[in-house]
Design a protein around this ligand. Structure first.
Ligand SMILES: Nc1ncnc2c1ncn2[C@@H]1O[C@H](COP(=O)(O)OP(=O)(O)OP(=O)(O)O)[C@@H](O)[C@H]1O
Length: 236
């Protein structure tokens, strides 16, 4: 169960960026896709969420193949992009209803969850606000509330901490851990390796589009002759 990436090859306009990538994000695990700028992390996530067709390979979420059953596959995932995507003309509440409705989860139970998350991120009472009124961090929090309000088998998060204050970063880590404990598979990208070692189960290291390591923080650190607390020095 969970996400299986098998022999994925992907790229743009004939140029291969990710080659023969194979790893899994089992239900209940948090996996961080890491690598230098341009290594292919966001490209991989775009494939995982079904935004682009692979050049080769397959993606499976539980029993759903992206190729054979794209609607069922996509219904079981929530995605938080690196840059918040909001419609200028929709209020905060309208955005949240839209996301829930797209997943057929716009009901009282999910709206109660929305209200808990709005309170957590100090957005209560701002349901009538338009995106133009939000700060950068608040826009990111709207994406977090939308994604964490959904019941999905997979959470995909691209660079989750950009623009978030220290309190919101801690709350996000707690939410990821909570969702993983409830059986959700979590796949994220991050450059904050030491911080990640405290909550990530496995690291998938991409080098020039190829998987060069998969395993725990401890194994990642020792494979590069580092201590776990020095993981931020991995690429220096
Ligand atoms: N839309 C695109 N068209 C063409 N090439 C692209 C496109 N997006 C990314 N690339 C190229 O694909 C390669 C991988 O980019 P990608 O964004 O996946 O890297 P990344 O690991 O997410 O990097 P970062 O840490 O900077 O976010 C880079 O060489 C980049 O120039």
């Amino acid at each position: 169960m969970g996400l299986h990436i098998d022999n994925l090859t992907a790229g743009y306009a004939g140029q291969t960026v990710v080659s023969d990538l194979t790893f899994a994000v089992p239900a209940g695990r948090i996996v961080a896709l890491i690598g230098l700028n341009g290594a292919g992390k966001s490209t991989t996530l775009k494939q995982v969420i079904g935004l682009k067709r692979p050049l080769a390979g397959s993606l499976t979420l539980d029993e759903f193949s992206l190729e054979e059953n794209p609607a069922a596959y996509k219904n079981e995932l929530a995605y938080i992009p690196e840059q918040p995507v909001l419609y200028d003309e929709l209020t905060l509440d309208e955005h949240l209803h839209l996301v829930l409705a797209a997943h057929k989860q716009d009901d009282a139970a999910h709206w109660a969850r929305v209200e808990e998350l709005l309170a957590l991120f100090r957005l209560t009472g701002k349901g009538h606000w338009l995106p133009v009124h939000f700060s950068k961090g608040m826009r990111q929090k709207v994406m977090l509330v939308s994604a964490f309000a959904l019941d999905t088998k997979l959470l995909v998060i691209d660079e989750p901490f950009l623009g978030l204050d220290v309190l919101a970063q801690k709350q996000l880590i707690d939410l990821m851990k909570e969702r993983a404990a409830a059986g959700t598979a979590v796949l994220l990208t991050t450059h904050l390796l030491s911080q990640a070692s405290a909550y990530v189960d496995d690291f998938a290291l991409l080098e020039e589009g190829r998987l060069s390591f998969f395993g725990s923080a401890e194994a990642l650190a020792s494979s590069h002759h580092l201590s776990e607390s020095d993981l931020d020095a991995l690429f220096s």
